[in-house]
Write a protein that binds this ligand. Structure first.
Ligand code: 1CP
Length: 357
């Protein structure tokens, strides 16, 4: 397989980590757990590190991105780091005017709405990915036998920000475009797929042991729109690392109807949000696909007995699949008490349902 000589997976450093065991449907020594958005505002050390640094500048400063990636691993004893970056970083690296506005999210200088707008999008120069490779290399050197998960945004979710020009609730403009101007949609989604693919590949070649493609907003699509206008582009993004042994997780929210198509796009594991139980997700996937999820983030502030009863249910459901990586159904809410997450990791690691899974 095409990986650099010093890659931790190739060198065997992370190959038997619980995360890699679960993602490749081997019996893990313990049920692996990590949290989407485990780095971020819930951690005081994150807020200190970010002090005075704009989000995208922090992402492109290798020692800072590495430090922020490592913070939740040190604090919570999670089974993976998730690379500190953002789904719009490849846009910035290509030269697209984009900023992450505090309290809001990604905002473009100029929305991308016409054929001419799409034709004018610059391609990413491989050299622009250097700060990403450097940050990943620094991170994996510190992580040792703990795997780093690289990630990218799926083309629909990235294109939704590009067409809307910023966050939106229903993603009406990109959903209109795929019908009203399908050629422009195809060209835009292909651009986003190649940008996300290049971003994934840079992280893998620099040492990431697994990747996750985030299609956070795919749940706003009808099944037919997903199949006709979207999933092929997600497959393009995932194919960027298909020649490597690095397992691919494909995640979305509100995607209970899309799980099989998301797997068939070229993923070894499918991420599931809190809306359907894992036994149902496993049934829909034909019992042959590794699942990730799906603790409801809403239960994190609930009394421990309530939270842990729900977690037991998640562990039992996950045990039915060929492999299970424990995660939340979506990201850590910003006001989460970090001690709840630390204790939750310990609970999952010690839970008999977790160790026999
Ligand atoms: O000021 C801040 O602290 C910025 C908040 C923040 C952070 C910490 C943003 C802005 N992005 C990130 C990091 C980030 N983004 C990570 C790495 C950290 C980790 O997981 O521990 C990842 C994986 C992402 C991916 C991302 N960005 C997604 C997909 C994941 C998801 O939550 O669904 C999406 C949709 C984005 C866009 C984005 N970036 C930031 C925000 C607030 C948003 C969402 C805006 C919206 O609601 O549309």
């Amino acid at each position: 397989h095409n990986l650099p000589q010093q890659h931790p997976l190739r060198a065997g450093g992370t190959v038997d980590a619980p995360l890699l065991q679960a993602l490749t449907a081997r019996k893990p020594s313990r049920r692996p757990v990590w949290f989407m958005r485990q780095a971020g505002r819930s951690l005081p050390e994150y807020r200190a590190a970010r002090e005075g640094n704009a989000m995208l500048d922090a992402c492109l400063t290798p020692d800072l991105a590495a430090e922020i990636t490592l913070q939740p691993v040190r604090r919570h004893n999670v089974d993976a780091g998730i690379f500190f970056s953002d789904i719009v970083v490849p846009l910035r690296l290509a030269g697209v005017g984009v900023e992450i506005v505090p309290g809001k999210g990604p905002v473009l200088d100029t929305p991308v709405r016409t054929a001419a707008d799409v034709a004018a999008l610059p391609e990413i120069d491989d050299a622009a990915l250097e700060p990403i490779r450097e940050a990943v290399a620094l991170t994996v050197a510190e992580l040792g036998s703990t795997p780093l998960i690289g990630f990218a945004g799926a083309p629909f979710t990235v294109a939704a920000y590009m067409v809307e020009g910023g966050p939106s609730r229903d993603h009406l403009l990109p959903r209109t475009m795929m019908h009203a101007d399908p050629d422009t949609w195809e060209a835009l989604a292909d651009w986003a797929a190649r940008a996300s693919g290049a971003f994934l590949r840079a992280q893998v070649m620099a040492g990431a042991s697994a990747v996750q493609l985030f299609d956070s907003w795919a749940g706003s699509l009808s099944v037919s729109d997903y199949l006709d206008h979207v999933v092929g582009h997600s497959a393009t993004a995932l194919s960027a690392v298909a020649d490597t042994p690095v397992p691919r997780i494909h995640f979305g929210t509100g995607t209970g109807e899309l799980l099989g198509a998301m797997r068939d796009a070229g993923a070894e594991a499918v991420g599931v949000d809190h809306r359907i139980p894992l036994q149902e997700a496993n049934r829909r996937l034909g019992g042959r696909t590794v699942v990730q999820g799906n603790i409801d983030p809403a239960l994190l502030p609930a009394p421990r007995s309530v939270l842990y009863r729900h977690v037991d249910e998640v562990l039992r459901g996950g045990a039915l699949a060929p492999g299970h990586v424990v995660n939340l159904g979506h990201g850590v809410p910003p006001h989460t008490n970090p001690d709840v997450l630390t204790d939750l990791v310990e609970y999952i690691h010690q839970n008999p349902a977790g160790t026999t899974g």
